[in-house]
Design a protein around this ligand. Structure first.
Ligand SMILES: Nc1nc2c(ncn2[C@@H]2O[C@H](COP(=O)(O)OP(=O)(O)O)[C@@H](O)[C@H]2O)c(=O)[nH]1
Ligand SMILES: [Mg+2]
Length: 297
């Protein structure tokens, strides 16, 4: 239990013990891979990253995959790709349920195989498959991308000497072997805003932060950045400019979330709003935007 907030951070793995063991497992896996596929959520590209592996040596070729791009703001997706380009991080934004996106990810990963190909050619032997470690905090889409890349007739790669048995390698065609994050990659020591982002997208369970607080925070952000989408979904409301809490109550009533005494049922509306957001029913919405270095005129 966190003494200051009274919140049980254990459930979201914010305590150092878990962090240490996850880091150990990741380091162990690190030795056996050629490249790393990092997955973050396009709606919250900062809050959903924990790139602890960037400090590991030796460094490995790295592709950052922004998942849930279909639910994120198109403009924001573009801005994030530009941002990561500036940071010299190779990034792509995808809908992991789309087979065209999966084919693109596969082709992009196989570019990392080039040095292996050259080495094999010099030695006159057949190239071995590229070994890729898939890392990301829970719910970013690791299982989805792995299942898609591996396909239905998935086969575990046989145990190799020196590879621990817990490491479950999966074969994606003959050129690509994939390994899911061993253990659970912990969230960063996030600030309140980042915790709200993680709660809003459902990256952390709803029981961890107060539902109404999360929904109100989200609705404030959406009234600020996506007023047209909010009006379309929840009706015209001038109150949001002065009093977001009042606008929140009004919307609850307009959506039929009322107690038997006719008051706004904010718990029910909070659930509805979060569900709408997570399923893209309000629109394509991004919660974190990049802060770009302004080039001086
Ligand atoms: N709309 C959308 N949903 C996705 C995408 N990627 C993953 N999901 C969904 O997000 C949830 C978490 O994905 P999962 O692969 O289990 O995440 P993991 O915990 O990292 O393995 C699942 O319900 C997926 O169907 C995406 O690109 N777009
Ligand atoms: Mg998974």
């Amino acid at each position: 239990m966190d003494r200051e907030t009274g919140r049980d951070h254990k459930q979201i793995h914010w305590y150092p013990g878990h962090m240490a063991s996850a880091t150990r497992e990741l380091k162990q896996a690190w030795r056996h891979v050629d490249a790393v596929l990092e997955i973050a959520d396009a709606r919250i590209p900062i809050a959903s990253r924990n790139p602890i592996f960037l400090q590991f040596q030796p460094q490995k070729p790295h592709l950052l995959l922004l998942s849930h791009a279909d639910l994120a703001d198109k403009e924001a997706n573009k801005a994030w790709l530009e941002y990561f380009l500036n940071e010299k991080i190779l990034a792509i934004a995808s809908d992991l349920r789309e087979s065209a996106d999966i084919r693109f990810i596969r082709r992009r990963l196989l570019i990392f195989q080039k040095p292996l190909l050259e080495k094999a050619k010099k030695q006159g032997r057949i190239v071995r498959p590229l070994r890729v470690l898939v890392v990301g905090i829970p719910n970013t889409g690791k299982s989805t991308v792995i299942n898609q890349l591996v396909g239905k007739r998935s086969a575990s790669v046989e145990a190799r000497p020196g590879v621990t048995r817990q490491q479950n390698w999966l074969r994606s065609g003959s050129e690509l072997h994939l390994l899911d994050t061993p253990g659970i990659l912990p969230l960063k020591m996030t600030g309140d805003e980042e915790a709200m982002c993680l709660a809003a997208t459902g990256a952390i369970r709803d029981s961890i932060l107060p539902l109404e607080e999360v929904a109100l925070w989200l609705s404030k952000l959406m009234w600020d950045r996506y007023p047209a989408e909010m009006i379309k979904r929840y009706g015209q409301d001038d109150a949001h400019e002065q009093d977001v809490h009042l606008a929140f109550q009004n919307a609850a009533i307009r959506m039929g979330c009322q107690t038997s005494e006719g008051r706004a049922d904010l718990t029910r509306f909070s659930g509805l709003l979060l569900d709408d957001f997570r399923n893209g029913r309000i629109g394509r919405i991004t919660l974190e935007w990049p802060v770009m270095e302004q080039t001086s005129p």
